[in-house]
Unconditional design. Structure first.
Length: 423
């Protein structure tokens, strides 16, 4: 079967790397992909928002299955359009992807179905926001309702800060994503991400991971899309995973069916573990980036079989089997990220780095001209290593990172630190 992956980041490289190994795949395409992905798939220059172009391409190349990676095309309904054109596609409908597309929707759903999450209010004007802030303990979390490239969340220590954040969002700092905002109770605890494959009420637990969202060592500085991750995270014990499944994910899958928005696809629950109990921070309607890059190297089962079973609603016929090792991934980014950064700096030593045992390098944003690798984005590379535990995986990942010569790049040196001392 010919398969198309939509997207061009590190997550899509990991998806392509995994799908390329599937005996069911004839030709693997990626739109638009990147120079690193071109090692595993045939990249085609069609943007993720070009629905007409993607459908025409699938028809021309007889693509039998499409995997949509990023949030924006999912929330915009790409899966609906592909399916309407007769092209089987993995991912939720726009109606179900509202779990990611509207934080207010998800908070209301949690309230209606007793799913544990932070207390919240929705507001549309600054007066209402001020009134709520005046009567609430700090810190408080201010969120734009819609998609804001992971930047629409502000944790505010003081009332002044919270009011400013509300004023900025309501004034359009994130465009229409901020025309409604959610004010949330601050949850203190440790974060983890849990992934499940869902078709209506069928739920197959996939894997879990922990991401490092802050740009600096020790979790300081501004939030990013994710500077590194590891899987599985010791914080999510089997007992806790069971609670996440029974108290959060299954009730959500049932609620979405009951409300006429059956969910089909990968469901990503962002969690906070508060005093030993899981609470939902948010849902994403897709695999995580960089979480996907540390889950797929552990997957022993055939990824395409799992994704097709999800779409077809036969999750009881498949299982997801995992290598027992830990995978840890370090993101290399261009200096300046998550702010502004230049493009085009030369990266050397990638082949050498890939030679470290149990290491795989996924590309998030590179180009290749005349055999020379160049940076083409903020997050540029994911260096992922397997090891018998977090320490061994971390040692291998940084050994590989240290073979990469890229003066304009940087990475965190402490990915995995929360896992130490737990096991
Ligand atoms: P979100 O986009 O909703 O995942 O939020 C981005 C990040 O903000 C999360 O990964 C958390 O680190 C933090 N965050 C969001 N909501 C809360 C909350 N209620 N309490 C504490 N931290 C939060
Ligand atoms: N790593 C978080 C995300 O993919 O949204």
């Amino acid at each position: 079967m010919n398969v198309l992956v939509v997207g061009g980041g590190g997550r899509e490289h990991a998806l392509c790397w995994s799908l390329a190994a599937s005996p069911l795949v004839d030709t693997l395409y990626c739109a638009p992909g990147n120079a690193g992905i071109a090692q595993d798939a045939t990249c085609v220059p069609i943007g993720v928002a070009d629905t007409t172009g993607l459908i025409a391409f699938c028809k021309e190349k007889k693509v039998g299955f499409v995997v949509v990676g990023p949030d924006a095309p999912i929330v915009a309904g790409l899966v609906d359009h592909l399916e309407a054109a007769g092209i089987p596609a993995f991912g939720p409908s726009a109606k179900a992807a509202v779990l990611e597309g509207s934080k207010a929707f998800t908070k209301e759903l949690c309230a209606r179905h007793n799913i544990p999450t932070a207390a919240f209010v929705r507001v549309r004007d600054l007066d209402a926001a001020r009134k709520h802030i005046a009567g609430t303990r700090m810190p408080i979390v201010v969120k734009a309702d819609g998609l804001a490239l992971g930047k629409g969340v502000r944790i505010c220590a003081t009332r002044e800060e919270a009011e400013t954040a509300c004023a900025e969002m309501l004034a359009g700092a994130f465009g229409s994503a901020g025309s409604e905002i959610v004010l949330e109770e601050f949850l203190a605890g440790e974060e983890a991400s849990f992934f499940a494959l869902v078709h209506g009420e069928q739920v197959l637990p996939f894997a879990s991971a922990q991401d490092h969202k802050k740009v600096g060592d020790g979790d300081v500085g501004p939030n990013t899309g994710g500077m590194g991750a590891y899987s599985p995270p010791p914080v999510l014990t089997q007992a806790l995973e069971k609670r996440v499944l029974e108290e959060i994910v299954r009730p959500t899958a049932r609620a979405m069916v009951a409300e006429g928005r059956p969910y089909v696809g990968a469901l990503f629950a962002g969690l906070m573990i508060v005093d030993g109990a899981p609470k939902l921070i948010e849902y994403n309607a897709r695999f995580g980036d960089p979480e996907c890059q540390v889950m797929l190297p552990r997957l022993k089962s055939d990824l395409l079989t799992l994704l097709m079973a999800t779409r077809e609603g036969v999750l009881h016929k498949v299982d997801a089997r995992w290598r027992p090792e830990t995978a840890l991934g370090v993101v290399l980014a261009t200096k300046g990220y998550p702010g502004t950064y230049p493009k085009g700096s030369v990266i050397e030593g990638l082949e050498d780095a890939a030679g470290v045992p149990e290491v795989t390098i996924f590309h998030a944003g590179t180009t290749r001209e005349g055999g020379v690798w160049k940076a083409n984005g903020g997050r540029v590379l994911n260096v992922v290593a397997l090891g018998k535990d977090v320490a061994e995986a971390q040692g291998r990942a940084y050994a590989a990172v240290d073979r990469i010569r890229w003066p304009q790049g940087f990475c965190r040196r402490d990915i995995g630190f929360r896992a130490f001392g737990r096991r």
